[in-house]
Write a protein that binds this ligand. Structure first.
Ligand code: CP
Ligand code: NVA
Length: 338
C-alpha cells in the first residue's frame, strides 16, 4: 500500500493512530518517532489489559506467507490476531518461493480481496516491498534478509518495561551485522537510544542502513557507533544483544564464519564489561555455546524469554494500528469489528 510519509513530516493535526492506519511496515525506518512511541504505548497497554482489545479485530483475516522457518514469529502473529477476534491463514512457502508460481502483483490482487493484512517472511527484501507496492491492504515484514522490524519493536518494548524512557540509553549489538542488527539500529535511533555495533571487519551492517540510522539519530540526539573490538563495544553498555553468526540462507558459510565470530561470543567475561545492571538479549533461536554461552543465556541478566513474549503484545499493537483500531479500548465489547 502506498502512502508512506516522509520521515518526521508529522503534522500536528494527524495522530499516529490516523497516520498508521492502512500503512505497511516493510522497514523499521517506515516509522516516525511519534508513530513508534504510539505503537509501544499501545503494546504496553495491550499487555496489561488484553481484555480491552479482545474483539478489536473481530472477523479480520490475516494471511502469512513464510519462505523460511519460524517458531516465535508465526505463533506470536497467530496468537495475536486470534486473541483480538480475528484469524490467520498460514501459507508455507519454504518449498516454493513467493512469485514463482504467479507474479507478486497477481498474488497481491487476489489476496487483498480476501484478507485485511499480509504478513511476509522472505529471503529477498524486495519481495516484501513489491507486495506492498501492489497490495491495497497493509503488508508487514516478518523478517527478510535485510530487516526484522517486528523483532526490534518487541525488543525495545522489553527494554522500556525495565528501564523506562530509553533516550540516552546505551544499547550494544555484537556479532553479525545482519537483518536483526539493521532493525535494532533503526529502532534505537528512532527512540533516541545510543547504539554501538561490534562486528568483525567484513560483517558490518549495510552502509545504507547505517546512514539511515544516523540520519534519524541526528534528529533524536543519539549516536550510532560501529567498532570491531567486542570489548570496546560492550564496555559500559546497558543492554548487550547478539544473534546467530549465520542467518537463514547463509548456512553454507557456517564453517568459515565460526572462527571469525569466536571473539564476539557473549560469555560471562565479555558481559562483565557491560554495566552491572545490563541485560542480555537475543532474538532466538540461539545456537547455544556458539554466539552465546549457556551461562549467559540462562543467567540472571538474560531477558530473552521476555523478548519472545513481547513479540505477541507488540504485534497486537502493530496490527491494531495498521488496521485502524489503535484508539483507546477499541474492542472492549463486541463493537470493535469490521
Ligand atoms: N526471533 C524470531 O523471529 O524467531 P522465529 O525465527 O522462530 O520466528
Ligand atoms: N538473523 C536471523 C534471525 C532469526 C530470527 C536469521 O535471519 O536467520
Amino acid at each position: 500500500m502506498a502512502g508512506k510519509p516522509v520521515l518526521f513530516q508529522e503534522l500536528d493535526s494527524v495522530s499516529p493512530q490516523e497516520s498508521l492506519a492502512g500503512r505497511d511496515l516493510c522497514s523499521a525506518a517506515d516509522l516516525t518517532p511519534g508513530e513508534l512511541a504510539a505503537i509501544l504505548q499501545l503494546a504496553h497497554d495491550v499487555k496489561l489489559n488484553p481484555a480491552n482489545y479482545r474483539w478489536a479485530l473481530d472477523a479480520r483475516q490475516m494471511v502469512m506467507f513464510f519462505e523460511k522457518a519460524s517458531l516465535r514469529t508465526r505463533l506470536t502473529f497467530e496468537t495475536a490476531i486470534n486473541t483480538l477476534g480475528g484469524s490467520a491463514v498460514f501459507v508455507d512457502q519454504t518449498q516454493s518461493p513467493l512469485g514463482e508460481r504467479e507474479s507478486l502483483a497477481d498474488i497481491a490482487r487476489n489476496v487483498e480481496r480476501w484478507v485485511s493484512v499480509i504478513v511476509l517472511r522472505t529471503y529477498a527484501h524486495e519481495t516484501i516491498t513489491e507486495m506492498a507496492q501492489y497490495a491495497s491492504v497493509p503488508v508487514v515484514n516478518a523478517l527478510s534478509d535485510l530487516e526484522h522490524p517486528c523483532q526490534a519493536i518487541a525488543d525495545f518494548m522489553t527494554l522500556e518495561e525495565r528501564f523506562g524512557n530509553l533516550r540516552g540509553f546505551n544499547f550494544t549489538y555484537v556479532g553479525d551485522g545482519n537483518n536483526v542488527c539493521h532493525s535494532l539500529m533503526l529502532i534505537a535511533a528512532l527512540l533516541g537510544a545510543h547504539c554501538t555495533v561490534g562486528t568483525p571487519r567484513n560483517y558490518a551492517p549495510k552502509a545504507d542502513i547505517v546512514a539511515q540510522a544516523r540520519a534519524i539519530a541526528n534528529t533524536t540526539g543519539s549516536h550510532i557507533t560501529l567498532v570491531n573490538d567486542p570489548i570496546a563495544a560492550v564496555s559500559g553498555a546497558d543492554a548487550v544483544y547478539t544473534d546467530v553468526c549465520t542467518s537463514m540462507g547463509f548456512e553454507h558459510e557456517a564453517t568459515k564464519r565460526a572462527p571469525i565470530f569466536k571473539p564476539y561470543q557473549v560469555n560471562e567475561t565479555l558481559l562483565s564489561y557491560a554495566a552491572p545492571t545490563a541485560v542480555f538479549m537475543h532474538c532466538l533461536p540461539a545456537h547455544r555455546n556458539a554466539e552465546v554461552t549457556d551461562a549467559v543465556l540462562d543467567g540472571p541478566q538474560s531477558v530473552v524469554f521476555g523478548q519472545a513474549e513481547n513479540r505477541m503484545h507488540a504485534q497486537k499493537a502493530l496490527l491494531l494500528m495498521l488496521l485502524g483500531k489503535g484508539g483507546a479500548h477499541p474492542g472492549a465489547r463486541n463493537g470493535g469489528g469490521l
